[in-house]
Design a protein around this ligand. Sequence first.
Ligand SMILES: [Fe+2]
Ligand SMILES: [Fe+2]
Length: 218
Amino acid sequence: MEGCAGAAATSLLRRLCSGARSFPAGYARSASIRFCSTGKTYEKINHATIDRIIRVDHAGEYGANRIYAGQMAVLGRTNVGPVIQKMWDQEKDHLKKFNELMVTFRVRPTILMPFWNVMGFVLGAGTALLGKEGAMACTVAIEESIAHHYNNQMRTLMEGDPEKYEELLQIIKKFRDEELEHHDTGLDHDAELAPAYAILKGAIQVGCRAAIYLSERI
Ligand SMILES: [Fe+2]
Ligand SMILES: [Fe+2]
């Protein structure tokens, strides 16, 4: 349900922002891109790279929202509820921004969104059932992987054209810093005391790398 609603909202936003009913195939890919927030126009961007970056980041932030939703379903009324809620609120902002960027750059979401919807919630709730340490271990594993992933993307954009991609770089840098704060919050709340912490963290990070690989491509 939420996946359908998200797709419908993205479609509506896309039409509202573009001011057009639809684009002939190929037209949008060759036209210049204008940031809604600043009015800055992008000429001759590397569409393949930007598509890949925005699609996977949108999927990741969506997945993060589902993980925190799962954690809150289990731990929302415990003393770590407000800590998790605060991180979730930041993830909501991250997702909102990538929804906007998908409209601006006319990037379609990954076809795996319904899958990440379920998997994210199951991962969040499942680790939370191990206790708050399990939930925090999940946060540490995910955020460490995402911060690494965002660093790689920043490197790619810097090698491309740092001036051209300055706005996107600033967004990714801000989110990277906030993901690192979540990582540290997890450690501060006893993530390392979770059962089989190293194995749990390693398994989640393998899954995270697979999710990134797939969401960049399909
Ligand atoms: Fe995030
Ligand atoms: Fe995060």
